[in-house]
Design a protein around this ligand. Structure first.
Ligand code: SAM
Length: 494
């Protein structure tokens, strides 16, 4: 019978995943993987130990089919062969789980159980939880289209906290045809030690939670390395100083104020300000990066004599180099993730993560560096129509306008393609074990390349004409409304 556990949040204790939106899969006999182990009483590893073919493929043996019968050691999820664990109240991070015995490296500790729900339902629930003020996140991704929600029903694994330097990790196993998530030790864990794994927390919106794991490598917030968080927070770095331009809403209640020894050690690294408050490494510094710095800027087109073409080409190379690094860093980050704990899934996730917002260009833009930090980068916006109006030859005007049209089409195509494949991409972000279908990836890459080429064609055409083509007198040009008069003055040389 399920047990109602009293704690900071009430939940129903379960020791097997629950399936509400679909039926539990029934394994067909022809799908059962049978190993070729042979039980040998003198060799403890013979009955489905490390050499077992099923173990090697993270698949549990099926009772009644394993050649080792009752001696099979590869049915740990099925037998709930958990380590001895103890619930305890942490200081600052709610409840946590302790090892109540010495645990050897690589051991299965406990299954992360909860309700298996669809990706759509996970999104709906995470929004609802946010509205209800549920501050702890318990939804983790299971496969490309499903998640496990342990918010209302779960095993003790739901109490394991996050650490940036964890002693445990999650692994997925196939058990009787269903995928399941287990917590495994990464190292020997002495009795009395708190268990923790890296949530690979994907921040999609909502409050930002200070990470109180105390690890030296901790970036300061849960999900601080996820793309959504970086882009939203706008961290950038100048030498050793890190800044954030956002007023960061925090879950940081008084009762959650950190006071543990572990945390005190960590705090001592950061200076106290005059109010005695701890300055966290990621601090909001007002005024350092005002909106003015972040406003879209106009592409500056220098007259030929003051801006040699080689310099422009060099600048362009630098920009391309930065973008390439940004792209590579982004992909590596995405592909490095395992099971991700999901923060709040917002419907605008897709656009935020991939810079393909419909509508006007976002005012702020972050540039990711290979070291995982971000740098602020103003978006250069060019008014192609205005440039075209000012060009003398008709062909030049038409060329610029045509390229602009192609660029707009490419953007629209990328937007609609993104909406189509968003579920697959978002699932993939959280779960590197399941690949995005090749056809989807190819379509996406093709559309991205098309967009990049369209932008390149437009901007190179503008640069070419702005530097080499005679301009029309201002009176002849039908100049559209221009917000920034400097741009106009510049283009008309006035
Ligand atoms: C899966 S629950 C872990 C159990 C939770 N501590 C509880 O009391 O129910 C995840 C939540 O615990 C908190 N948490 C886990 N690790 C944390 C950390 N390193 N720093 C701060 N809060 C943490 C966050 O609120 C997070 O959303």
């Amino acid at each position: 019978m399920d047990q109602l556990i009293e704690g900071p949040s009430h939940y129903i204790h379960i020791e097997q995943n629950e399936f509400s939106y679909r039926k539990h899969k029934k394994q067909k006999e022809e799908d059962i993987a049978i190993c070729n182990c042979k039980f040998d009483a003198n060799d403890p590893d013979s009955a489905c130990g490390e050499r077992c073919l099923n173990v090697l493929t993270s698949t549990e043996c099926t009772p009644g089919f394993c050649p080792c019968g009752i001696n099979c050691k590869n049915q740990k999820f099925q037998k709930c062969a958990y380590a001895k664990l103890k619930l305890f109240k942490t200081e600052g991070r709610g409840w946590g789980l302790l090892a109540d015995e010495n645990i050897k490296a690589g051991r299965f500790i406990i299954e992360y159980c909860g309700e298996v729900i669809s990706w759509k339902e996970a999104r709906r629930r995470s929004q609802a939880y946010e509205t209800q003020g549920v501050k702890d996140a318990f939804i983790i991704s299971l496969n490309g289209y499903e998640s496990i929600d342990a918010t209302k029903k779960g095993s003790l694994a739901r109490f394991i906290n996050h650490s940036c330097q964890p002693n445990c990790e999650t692994r997925k196993w196939t058990v009787l045809g269903e995928l399941r998530v287990g917590i495994f030790s990464k190292q020997d864990i002495p009795v009395g030690t708190e268990l923790a794994y890296d949530y690979n927390f994907e921040w999609y919106g909502g409050a930002k939670v200070r990470c109180l794991c105390g690890a030296a490598c901790c970036p300061g917030f849960l999900g601080a390395k996820s793309r959504g968080f970086l882009e939203d927070t706008y961290l950038w770095e100048d030498n050793d100083d890190r800044y954030s331009v956002e007023n960061i809403p925090l879950y940081d209640s008084e009762e959650d104020e950190p006071t543990s020894k572990l945390l005190k050690t960590e705090h001592s690294k950061y200076e106290s300000n005059t109010n005695g408050k701890i300055e966290y490494p990621v601090a909001m510094i007002n005024g350092l990066a005002s909106e003015a710095h972040l406003e879209s800027t106009v592409l500056e087109i220098e007259p030929l004599d003051s801006c040699p073409m080689e310099n422009m080409v060099d600048d362009a190379k630098v920009e391309v180099g930065k973008e390439k690094k940004l792209y590579l860093q982004g992909t590596q980050q995405t592909f490095a993730q395992n099971n991700a704990m999901i923060s709040r899934i917002r419907s605008n996730t897709a656009c935020r993560n991939y810079h393909i917002e419909p509508g006007p260009v976002t005012k702020r833009r972050s540039q990711h560096h290979p070291n995982g930090k971000s740098k602020n980068l103003a978006k250069k916006h060019v008014d192609a129509k205005l440039v075209a109006q000012l060009l003398g030859p008709k062909e030049a005007r038409e060329e610029v306008l045509n390229y602009e049209e192609v660029k707009n089409q490419a953007n629209t195509e990328l937007d609609s393609l993104y909406n189509e494949i968003r579920p697959a991409i978002e699932e993939h972000e959280r779960d590197s074990q399941d690949s995005v279908a090749t056809s989807v990836a190819e379509k996406w890459i093709e559309a991205c390349c098309f967009k990049l080429k369209a932008e390149f064609d437009l901007y190179s055409s503008i640069i070419k004409h702005a530097t080499c083509t005679p301009r029309r007198p201002r009176e002849m040009a039908q100049i559209p409304e221009v917000e920034n008069d400097d741009e106009l003055k510049y283009l008309t040389n006035q």
